[in-house]
Design a protein around this ligand. Structure first.
Ligand code: HEC
Length: 163
């Protein structure tokens, strides 16, 4: 017993510290990549399609309902991809401003505003009213603007402008 326990304890410590080293060196960059991909996907797979159809005279309400539901689920996960220690001081590639962490409550509120607006858009589409859908859409676009401008390069409250 005397020998086995310290050996196991030592093995556990070694595994733990190996894990920590890996985490410290690679995880923040991976998290940044993941959230940039997630944001990109958010646009290319959900909101771009919605924005195209919503501007027409007869928007595809079924598509808007489906994509809004998918987008709001996707955004809930996205909100978790901003742990402390993934700012520009650690990962130069990120465009997330320090305000994400120094004004966290506002950042979370901006995220919630987008999720709520997206859910409201989906509900409007489900109700079958083109009028309601058209009325809800600007609040989705406005919610994106709570963090950054529309054009890909644009900066904003929580995103650095692309250099
Ligand atoms: C709660 C804040 C917030 C909201 C709301 C938000 N974004 Fe972002 N977005 C960010 C941040 C922060 C980044 C930069 C992430 C990074 O570089 O780590 C970003 C990056 C992006 C990118 C670039 C991804 C890349 O490769 O760098 C796109 C595209 C994007 N957002 C689209 C959107 C669209 C479309 C909306 C609205 C439907 C939206 N965003 C709403 C915070 C937000």
């Amino acid at each position: 017993m005397f020998r086995v326990v310290p050996a196991l304890a030592l093995a556990a410590v070694m595994l733990l510290s190996a894990g920590q080293i890996t985490f410290a060196q690679t995880a923040p960059a991976q998290i940044v990549k993941e959230r940039q991909d997630a944001m990109e996907k958010n646009w290319t797979e959900y909101f771009r399609d919605i924005s195209r159809t919503v501007k027409t005279d007869s928007p595809d309400l079924a598509l808007i309902a489906t994509k809004s539901a998918q987008a709001s689920e996707h955004l809930k996960k996205f909100a978790q991809l901003f742990p402390p220690g993934t700012g520009r001081d650690v990962v130069p590639k990120t465009r997330a401003k320090p305000e994400v962490w120094t004004q966290r409550a506002e950042f979370d509120a901006a995220m919630k505003a987008l999720i709520d607006a997206t859910i409201a858009l989906g509900a409007a589409a489900k109700s079958g009213s083109v009028e309601k859908v058209k009325a809800e859409w600007p609040s989705v676009a406005k919610a994106c603007g709570g963090c950054h401008g529309g054009p890909k390069k644009a900066g904003g409250k929580f995103r650095f402008e692309e250099e």
